[in-house]
Design a protein around this ligand. Structure first.
Ligand code: NAD
Length: 249
């Protein structure tokens, strides 16, 4: 029996990395999926890869009209929503003294405000029993140099996970989060740095991971399926940490 049979899902940032692998897993488990992202070309490529069961909406999580269009499409296509994976995010690194207000605001606009208003706009569509899943990060609890603004933004998302879980429980909506460690996705690509420096940064990160490697996006997608499914029906306000032991041992 497919674990998400008949369920309707929206995934923000569904055209790349963790979001795209999760879209594949959702479809494999019988869900219909709308992927939302900024880039038309990667959205089209992703829909082609996902096949039947997937459609895309292009837009930006910081644009109110784009979010409205996303959920109008979900209403037209599905009538309501069972799963909302609030996953779109950016993770630029900078030492504190070089961080401008613009840089800081951009991270918070996308990672925090974007996540908050994605849920607010989706609310009228979320059915009794719906599952909302945020993507936080192990960076929100570890002291990682260069990640101050990003880590603080993901700590805010951890807080949203708990407060919205408490606020939405009376509507029959569950809110939880996944907290990934270092996962091999395009988010780590740095066109501004020479490839050997990027490689060196990767090696430094790996040294801090007891599992001795980056995780794969599939290794995040499967726990997201669990949180999206009724198998996790007694979980509310929880954060599943999937980090190769980085923050645990
Ligand atoms: P990714 O770059 O492959 O995916 C990020 C997605 O978010 C992309 O589809 C991108 O287009 C989308 N996005 C970014 N800004 C957007 C905006 N303003 N509007 C709409 N879409 C937007 O990277 P990923 O690793 O798959 O990242 C997914 C989530 O996982 C992010 O929230 C990230 O912070 C989080 N995360 C990643 C890691 C990791 O090591 N890869 C670790 C912890 C947390």
């Amino acid at each position: 029996m497919a674990r998400l049979a008949g369920k309707a899902a929206v995934i923000t940032g569904g055209n790349s990395g963790i979001g795209l692998e999760t879209a594949k897993a959702f479809i494999r488990e019988g869900a219909r999926v709308i992927i939302f992202g900024r880039d038309r070309a990667t959205l089209d490529k992703a829909v082609e890869e996902l096949g039947e069961g997937a459609i895309s909406v292009q837009g930006d999580v910081i644009n109110e009209q784009d979010l409205e269009r996303l959920f109008e499409t979900a209403k037209e296509q599905f009538g309501g929503l069972d799963i909302l994976f609030v996953n779109a995010g950016i993770a630029p690194a900078q030492p504190i003294e070089t961080i401008t207000e613009e840089f800081f605001d951009r991270i918070f606009d996308i990672n925090v405000k974007g996540a908050f208003f994605t849920v607010q706009r989706a609310l009228p569509l979320l059915r009794q029993g719906a599952s909302v899943i945020f993507t936080t990060s192990i960076a929100s609890t570890l002291g990682m140099p260069g990640m101050s603004a990003y880590s603080a933004s993901k700590a805010a998302v951890r807080s949203l996970t708990r407060t919205l879980a408490a606020e939405l429980v009376e509507r029959g909506i569950r809110v939880n989060a996944i907290s990934p460690g270092p996962i091999e996705t395009p988010i780590h690509e740095r066109s501004d740095l020479p490839s050997e420096v990027v490689e060196e940064i990767g090696q430094t990160i790996i040294q801090q991971v007891p599992a001795g490697r980056f995780g794969s996006a599939q290794e995040i997608a499967e726990p997201v399926v669990f949180l999206a499914s009724d198998e996790s029906s007694y979980m509310l306000g929880a954060e599943l940490i999937i980090d190769g032991g980085m923050g645990q041992i």
